[in-house]
Design a protein around this ligand. Sequence first.
Ligand SMILES: CC(C)(COP(=O)(O)OP(=O)(O)OC[C@H]1O[C@@H](n2cnc3c(N)ncnc32)[C@H](O)[C@@H]1OP(=O)(O)O)[C@@H](O)C(=O)NCCC(=O)NCCS
Length: 422
Amino acid sequence: MTDDLDFETLDLHAEDAADDPRVRGWLDAILRGFLQGRPTDGFREKWLLVARADGAVNRGVWDSPAAGLPADVPVATFAHFVKDLNAGASMVPAWMITDVTVAPTHRRRGLMRRLMTENLEAAVAADVPVAVLTASEGGIYQRFGFGPATREARVRVDTSSRFRLRDRPRDGGRVLMADPGESWPALAAATARHHEVTRGALGRPAYYEEWLSGYDWDEQSEDRKLRLGIRVDPDGEPDGYVAYTVKEEDDAGEVKVHDLVTANATAYLDLWQFLADIDLAPVVTAPAPAVDPLAHALVDHRVRRVTSVPDHLWVRILDVRRCLEARPWFADGSLVLSMADPLGHAEGAVRIDASGGRAAVTPSRDAPDVTLDVETLGALYLGDVAVDPLARAGRVRGSDEALARFADLADGSPSPHCVTHF
Ligand SMILES: CC(C)(COP(=O)(O)OP(=O)(O)OC[C@H]1O[C@@H](n2cnc3c(N)ncnc32)[C@H](O)[C@@H]1OP(=O)(O)O)[C@@H](O)C(=O)NCCC(=O)NCCS
């Protein structure tokens, strides 16, 4: 059903890429697919700049022209680039899949299935051990072996006089106010520190630099509203920041946090105190970790209301050995784990020998202690969900003893937190 169509990977590094009708059409297709407006020339330039900086590989599917209408806009798009994922014990290269769209005229003909299957094969061929994506709907990507592996809460916090943090250790750091355009090196330094220490953190695509330097990708124009608070540690080095806007609601300001990135809990709570100290704005809405220290740092925890906790990063294990050796293990012991994989990449059994927080993982022919499918392994991978609820859902199987041993080995904090959107 897809053989009559033209599949092509764009060369974004070609000198004339900016004027290539298929490159221009590809961008038109993703903005249309994600229900946004048509791109300005300035937007096209910035998009090409960041796609090149990320080393993005952009694939499209074109149908033949008819009725004299141009056919430069593809009927399906698919892209990926590679950045590091902090798997908890070490970094692994992650194949970040994005810009998956299929035109309404060509949906449910197997286009996405073909693009995804071929793309995951390309990841394996490139020796990248894990693929990740974020999903617009919850029912699409399980069939390709992806499991939801991190969540991101949305919170609404009353920052009027009811907001009070408990006494806590302070380190002499402070928060400075700054504007986009002058702050990128400090933001990049704080983000790098966050990435180093945060389980589930992902390298960020280059669009963040443009955005946090003052370009509004949604409005396709200069951003005049974004404000920054930057936390510096006692040595004067940035270890966190918050990017926010303020809007007028019923004669009072409401602070909307767009990005909150910190390398330690002191910076995190200092930035929350900073947000609460913005006068004339008694409400703050923000993204938050699914397990949020703020909830426990408040005197009255009810000032913080969780409005939703959607899934965020979906993980697809491709190389079981490398992935499991890069995550932390919380007890010493051994276990044979057997995976089923509809696409075959992770199919088979491995023996996990854990000791001192790390594991050696080797192929095994022994009878498995525990069986699960690759989607479930993805969901477990970063520690967002524990073995027990998945076992009770029938998704991790084994004797009671083997399940308890797997839980001892695999479950432990910290829970993951991914603040990268792509
Ligand atoms: C989601 C989308 C990419 C699917 O493309 P498509 O070419 O129609 O999908 P396919 O025909 O290849 O379907 C592949 C499989 O996924 C299933 N599927 C596709 N869209 C689905 C959806 N929204 N919900 C549940 N299942 C879905 C199909 O039933 C099919 O299942 P099967 O192969 O196991 O029988 C397309 O509908 C789209 O562009 N949506 C808007 C943009 C979007 O949501 N992108 C995802 C952002 S990450």
